[in-house]
Design a protein around this ligand. Structure first.
Ligand SMILES: NC(=O)C1=CN([C@@H]2O[C@H](COP(=O)(O)OP(=O)(O)OC[C@H]3O[C@@H](n4cnc5c(N)ncnc54)[C@H](O)[C@@H]3O)[C@@H](O)[C@H]2O)C=CC1
Ligand SMILES: O=C(O)CCC(=O)C(=O)O
Length: 425
């Protein structure tokens, strides 16, 4: 079962290789046929475009935009759009495949896709970002569609960008098409609960795992890496459930307070400080931000970027439980070390699936022309997340594998069976 070697990513473990290592292990456990294996490992579609944008200084700058549809076997492709300086085809391919597995784990009728534009939104004006979103949307006009491929926010994008995307797509089609994208502002057909949904799913799966590990949330400590949408909501909701959040971090550094950080206060500080924790006084700043990962805490939530837990630091992790808010925060090579140390990792494709689950609810509401209450959204997404956790836990016991491989087994089994039923053979 070999696959085509992807181009290596400099200074970073390749997330596509990490995804494939887990996929291979799960495929072997399932005894997947070579034909189905080959179908599932290859992305269905990869589109790369050049986006010439007039910058505020009047000069034209060309950006590279990518959209990968890994699979549309379970339904239309679904997945966010990332704006970041290190966006790379292999990364987007890995992220798209993770969307396929994620949607299958939570049993929602979507395939997997992901998009990215290599840019630094923190150094761009709102006008430049808007022109970039609109150009990307037009370049992908035949790729996107409510029944084909439905984008959403990821790192560096949010409701504002989704609104521009919806508007551009709608103009090109001569009608309002709000179901083409999720994660929109409420007034444009966004769903109540979507903003906090990913962090909420992290909280639900963390509590479920803590119950299995007999960790009392009211006596537990927690560290959260990344203080954007996912990290800050996860931290706030875990704090509300009794955990003491002793460390948080973002691109400006990591902050530690053994008495617990007041998360509401930290969020208010960030929101009034151009979105960063730089200068935050509610905790001491750690000299090395990566120290956060090695703190003596019960629960560690990496909610920033890929490959932060690697063979370089996995043996120094002291948490009893890792709940992956980010996509791909643990490299495949680090898995064995964590398993050896008896650390449970609730994998990304389960732990952060709350976001796409509520995106699915948003799409359903848009198609019905109806709005659900926050209570209904939260109750249904909590149930989906808890059921998915239990399902993966049972698979881990049945196949005698860690939670991560169990999640891949659940996902691959579902996609493979659907493919076969649809008449792939
Ligand atoms: N937004 C969503 O609904 C979902 C996001 N995810 C994943 O969660 C992760 C975070 O996404 P968002 O919160 O949406 O992004 P965001 O853009 O809102 O926030 C990212 C945060 O990470 C911080 N950060 C960036 N590089 C860092 C580093 N090297 N060390 C520490 N902090 C760093 C940023 O300062 C920021 O606080 C990504 O891996 C994303 O793919 C997964 C599922 C859904
Ligand atoms: O909400 C969505 O549709 C996708 C979110 C996403 O990109 C992810 O789960 O990684």
């Amino acid at each position: 079962m070999a696959y085509i070697e992807p181009a290596p990513i400099k200074d970073k473990e390749n997330p596509l290789e990490s995804m494939m290592e887990r996929f291979n292990l799960a495929a072997q456990k399932l005894g997947l046929s070579e034909e189905v294996y080959n179908v599932l490992k290859n992305p269905a579609k990869q589109v790369i475009v050049s986006l010439p944008i007039t910058m505020d200084n009047g000069k034209i700058k060309v950006f590279e935009g990518i959209r990968v549809i890994h699979s549309n076997i379970l339904g239309p492709a679904k997945g966010g759009i990332r704006f970041a300086p290190d966006v790379h085809l292999d990364e987007v391919r890995a992220l798209a495949a993770w969307m396929t597995w994620k949607c299958a784990v939570v049993d929602i009728p979507y395939g997997g896709g992901k998009g990215g534009v290599r840019c630094n939104p923190r150094e761009m004006s709102a006008g430049e970002i808007e022109r970039l979103v609109r150009a990307y949307t037009l370049a992908m006009i035949d790729v996107f569609g409510p029944d084909k491929d439905i984008p959403a926010p990821d790192m560096g994008t949010g409701p504002r960008e989704m609104a521009w995307l919806m508007d551009e797509y709608s103009k090109a089609h001569g009608m309002t098409v709000n179901a083409v994208v999720t994660g929109k502002p409420l007034v444009l057909g966004g769903s109540l609960g979507r903003t906090e949904a990913t962090g909420r799913g992290v909280m639900v799966t963390a509590l479920a795992a803590m119950q299995k590990l007999k960790i009392n949330p009211f006596q537990a400590t927690c560290a959260v890496q990344g203080f954007g949408n996912v990290g800050s909501w996860a931290a706030q909701l875990l704090e509300e459930r009794g955990l003491k959040v002793v460390s948080i971090s973002d691109i400006s550094g990591a902050y530690y307070n053994s008495n617990g950080i007041n998360i509401q206060e930290a969020i208010a500080y960030r929101d009034g400080n151009k979105g960063t924790l730089e200068g935050y006084q509610g905790a001491e700043k750690l000299s090395n931000p990566m120290e956060l990962l090695e703190l003596e805490v019960d629960v560690l939530v990496p909610a920033a970027v890929e490959d932060v837990i690697t063979i370089g630091n996995a043996d120094k992790i002291k948490a009893k439980l890792i709940v992956e808010g980010a996509n791909g925060p643990t490299s495949a090579k680090a898995d064995a070390i964590l398993n050896e140390k008896g650390i449970m990792a609730v994998p990304d494709i389960l732990a952060n699936a709350g976001g796409v689950t509520v995106s699915y609810f948003e799409w359903v509401q848009n198609r019905l022309g109806y709005k659900w209450t926050a209570e209904r959204v939260n109750r249904r997404s909590d149930r989906i997340m808890k059921d998915a956790f239990d399902h993966v836990y049972q698979a881990a016991v049945k196949y005698d594998v860690p939670m991560r491989i169990a999640a891949y087994i659940v996902a691959i089994d579902k996609v493979a069976k659907t493919y076969t039923f649809r008449g792939g053979f």
